[in-house]
Design a protein. Structure first.
Length: 142
């Protein structure tokens, strides 16, 4: 069973934009912004009816906003190699671009090493413990 693609009305589009916008509005506030006469009721109804559209917009926005694992690794690598430049003010007031500091480069190397599981922490635990293994019937009096 195929469903016809429904075209959103201007109010519905405005509702979705307001609901997912920077202001983080709830459904009633978004419905009020969109111009609905009964925002509390229609806001909740829109959330139910427009859920596929809302999910689609959220996925599109989040996928672009969140760095991928590859992007993060590329950034750490560029810092580690000194390719990332920082602006610093010299003694005479000039702004200079210099490679990332050694401290920042070490931190990038550490983060990359952890991401690749290169470091293992070993903890030594010492003590005594009595272990009794019984075979056969168990008798509480023993």
């Amino acid at each position: 069973m195929t469903e016809k693609k429904k075209k959103l009305t201007a109010k519905q589009s405005t509702f979705i934009d307001a609901y997912l916008g920077e202001a983080k509005m709830n459904a009633a506030q978004a419905a009020r912004i969109a111009g609905y006469k009964h925002p509390e009721t229609q806001g909740a109804e829109n959330l139910r009816k427009l859920r596929p559209y809302i999910d689609k917009v959220m996925n599109e926005r989040h996928s672009d906003a969140i760095a991928t694992q590859e992007e993060i690794q590329e950034f750490f690598t560029s810092v580690l190699r000194g390719e990332v430049k920082e602006e610093v003010v010299s003694n005479n007031g000039k702004i200079l671009e210099v490679p990332a500091s050694t401290k920042d480069r070490l931190k990038a190397a550490e983060c990359m090493g952890r991401a690749y599981g290169m470091f293992t922490e070993r903890k030594e635990i010492s003590g005594t413990m009595d272990i009794n293994i019984g075979v056969g019937d168990y008798d509480e009096d023993d």
